[in-house]
Design a protein around this ligand. Structure first.
Ligand code: C2O
Ligand code: CU
Length: 571
């Protein structure tokens, strides 16, 4: 009998102490990501893909604004892997950011790495993905960030609480193993093989041969409002998306709320997330949602297929679904106007609850060109006389063989240089029809740009027409930035800043620099660490359209990088 069991007082005390310890630990939630090879069948062929926990797309992380979580990543696959939390700023904690050879060395087969994910002001939708070769093709998933429960104003959303919310992840499917696609791309020095399908939540949809059953279906009730969390996880392509007969209301992008924007279609860059409200206000029936490419590069092959999913209203028993549900209208594949018309309309909420703090006095004015280039092909190592490459400010970034963060933190020399230029070293008519071909060959290097803590940074990202002008979805780690301006042609440093939006510019972590144009972004460098910046089209990233910032520590104790965790994967 319980009453007869005598428990010494110190044991009871110990139990109380232990349980309160467990309780405080319980506020940091732990997740386990097992990276492994998993057979998947799409388009009637089966192959092994890399997954997390056997799922494609991978598991959704549900968090609240300001949470910190731990993800234990186990690599049970035969390849190196790293995981990046795209858009999570990780204040003072670059150690868990994830880009391979920038902030860590890869997690090798059979090893594990425990990553601490620190959220701060992000709210809405982000995502996570592999950041090692092209494994992010299948290793990715959503991060859903709910309002903080302590929020005392209504639902915590800047709009009525939606009836339900649904991650919608766009992705790309190759019949071949993505490792083979990558290796062949490296071997030939040419553009990669185009994908065989796009997918919505892992399914290509009705319009592909042999894919009738591989369709994502979203069942809804009439007369409700749903929050769709759109994520473009495609490897190589910007996409247009729409739902037949339904208008969408954009309410957020890249984990920051926006002014409501009603639209018939959206443009979404790889890396970008867009939150939209969908009102189920149409006659109960079935409607297609669809996505297809926006590709502006002339003469560059692309996957011209259309992925679909089904929006199906709950219908009473006696109605049969239509045999040919309507398809939505989507802009033409090279309609740059349609692309910028959407992206250029995004605005921050900029209200009392969601104020903006766009820097006005700029201490570090930078101009970076983003170009596609070529190198001469050495020792017949590729298909043609040249090998495609890419650059920022004429430097084609080479990954070091040990990570920049460790080298910086431990003062190890010879890993990287600090000479990334503040402006284009070669000045020419960047957006001329045919810039001179002698400009095609960049330099190679591993150069970073060092900035002081709390400096206010403006970067004008200037596209060039070297080789093939196209849109470049540029992404910065560790920060969100305000997109204060964009335009076509060459940036004019006298005139263009006069048109900047400093009132309600959208706060993003990825911005598509338009073909033949530029985009200007601003942020305050208040997050010390090593932060990667690159094009989110993986072929451009691999070719060298990358650089990194080192943001120095500030003076105060809260302005310094956290110490590294006790275990970092070794090189
Ligand atoms: Cu979405 Cu460097 O990453
Ligand atoms: Cu690019």
């Amino acid at each position: 009998m319980w009453s007869m069991v005598k428990v010494p007082v110190f044991q009871i005390l110990g139990f109380i102490l232990l349980s309160s310890f467990l309780h405080s630990q319980a506020s940091v939630r732990h997740h386990t990501f097992v990276v492994e090879d998993t057979p998947y069948t799409r388009l009637c062929s089966t192959k092994n893909i890399l997954t997390v926990n056997g799922q494609f797309p991978g598991p959704t992380l549900y968090v609240k604004k300001g949470d910190t979580i731990i993800v234990d990543v186990y690599n049970k696959a035969n390849y190196n892997i790293t995981i990046h939390w795209h858009g999570v700023k990780q204040p003072r904690n670059p150690w868990s950011d994830g880009p391979e050879y920038i902030t860590q060395c890869p997690i090798r087969s059979g090893e594990r790495f425990s990553q601490k994910i620190i959220l701060s002001d992000e709210e809405g939708t982000l995502w996570w993905h592999a950041h090692s070769d092209w494994s992010r093709a299948t290793v990715h998933g959503a991060v859903v960030i709910y309002p903080n429960q302590n929020h005392n104003k209504g639902s915590g959303y800047p709009f009525p609480k939606p009836h339900a919310d649904v991650p919608i992840i766009f992705s790309e499917w190759w019949k071949k193993d993505i490792v083979e696609v990558y290796n062949e791309f490296q071997r030939t020095g040419t553009d990669p093989n185009i994908s065989d399908a796009y997918t919505i939540n892992g399914q290509p949809g009705h319009l592909y041969p042999c894919s009738k059953s591989d369709t994502y279906k979203l069942t809804v009730d009439q007369g409700k409002t749903y929050l769709l969390r759109l994520i473009n996880a495609a490897v190589e392509d910007i996409l247009f998306f729409a739902i037949a007969n339904h208008q969408l209301t954009v309410v957020g992008t890249d984990s920051s709320y926006t002014k409501p924007l009603k639209t018939d279609y959206i443009t979404i860059s790889p890396g970008q997330t867009i939150d939209v409200l969908l009102e189920t206000n149409q006659p109960p029936s079935h409607y297609y949602m669809a996505a297809r490419v926006y590709s502006s590069a002339e003469g560059v092959d692309f996957d011209n297929t259309t992925t679909t999913a089904m929006l199906q209203y709950n219908i009473g028993n006696n109605t049969t679904p239509p045999s040919n549900p309507p398809l939505p209208y989507l802009p033409f594949y090279n309609d740059t106007k349609a692309s910028v018309n959407f992206t250029g309309k995004l605005r921050s909420l900029a209200n009392e609850d969601h104020p903006i703090d766009v820097p006005v006095n700029i201490s570090s004015k930078l101009i970076f060109t983003v170009s596609v280039n070529t190198f001469p092909c050495e020792n017949d190592s590729c298909l043609g006389p040249t090998r495609l490459s890419a650059s920022m400010n004429n430097i084609s970034f080479s990954l070091p063989s040990t990570d920049i963060l460790k080298a910086y933190y431990n003062n190890i020399s010879g890993v990287y240089g600090s000479q990334f230029p503040s402006k284009p070293p070669l000045v020419f008519n960047f957006t001329a029809e045919d810039p001179p071909t002698y400009l095609n060959t960049p330099k190679k290097g591993t150069e970073v740009r060092v900035v002081e803590y709390n400096s206010t940074v403006e970067i004008v990202l200037q596209g060039t027409n070297l080789l093939a002008g196209t849109d470049h979805p540029m992404h910065l780690h560790g920060y969100s930035f305000y997109v204060v301006g964009w335009g076509f042609g060459n940036f004019d440093k006298e005139k263009d800043p006069l048109g900047y939006n400093l009132v309600d510019p959208p706060l993003q972590n990825t911005i598509a620099v338009p073909k033949n144009g530029w985009a200007a972004i601003r942020f305050k460098a208040n997050n010390p660490g090593v932060w990667f910046m690159h094009c989110h089209l993986d072929r451009h990233q691999t070719w060298g359209m990358d650089m990194a910032f080192i943001v120095k520590n500030g003076q105060g104790p809260d302005e310094q990088m956290l110490p590294p965790p006790s275990y970092m994967p070794p090189c």
